[in-house]
Design a protein around this ligand. Sequence first.
Ligand code: FPP
Length: 243
Amino acid sequence: MDNGFPVHIGIIMDGNGRWAKRRGLPRVFGHKEGVKAVRRIVAHAAERGIKYLSLFAFSTENWNRPEEEVSALMRLLNDYLQKEINTIIEKGISLKVSGRISMLPKATQKKLMDAVEISRDNKRMTLNLCLSYGGRAEIIDAAAQIAKDVKNGILNIEDIESKFSDYLYNPDIPNIDLLIRTSGEQRISNFMLYRVAYSELYFTQTLWPGFYEDEFDLAIDEYMTRRRRFGKTDEQIYDKGQI
Ligand code: FPP
C-alpha cells in the first residue's frame, strides 16, 4: 500500500544566489527569479489540491547576510504581498506567517497582517510563509509560553506532551508530510523542526529559480511511493491497511 496524497508540503527554497552567480548576475537577481518560482508553485500547489504549503522565505540566520541583500529581500517581499494578494484571495488561499515577525520592518509587518486578515476565511489552501523563522526559536518560544502557563496554573505538567503542538506558531498547521529542498544541499537547516519529525525528504539539484510545476509533481509522485512507518513495523502499518 502506498502513501496517500500529501496534505502539507514544506519547501526550503535554496539556490537563488548560485542561480544568479552562474549567470554573472548579482545575487538579488536570483531572489527576483525566486519570487517568480514562488508564484508558479503556490498557484500549482493550490490546483493540485495541496491543503498546506509552507515556504522557508527568510530564516532567523538570514538577518546576518549583508544589509544590502536583507533590504532587497524585504523589498521583494513587500512587492510580492502588494502584487499577489488579490491573486491569493481569488485562488481561495489563506495566508499565514510563521516566525519572529516583530523583527521585520514595521511596514512589512502591517502588510503581512493585513494580508493574513483579509484572506483568513479562505479554505482551499493555506500558504504559510516562514519569515524571520527558526525551528529552534519556534520550540523555545513554545517552551517559554508553556512555562508561563504552568506557572499560572493554566497547564498541567502532565499535559505538556499532548498539548505541545498547540504552542507552536499557527498550531492549526499539521505536520509536514513531504519536505522538498532545492539546490543539492541535503540539510534541514532549522526548518519546522517539530513538524518534520516524520517527513519524507525530497532533495533535488535544481536551483530554486529553475524549479517548475513538473518537478513539484515528480516530488509528489515519489512521496506517494514511499512507505511511511512512523517508528512502527511495516506489517503493523500496511497489513492492517492503516497509515
Ligand atoms: C536561498 O537562496 C533563498 C533565500 C535565503 C530566500 C528565499 C527567498 C525567495 C525565494 C524570494 C522571496 C520570497 C517571497 C515569498 C516573496 P540562497 O540565497 O541561500 O542561495 P545560495 O545558497 O545559492 O547562495
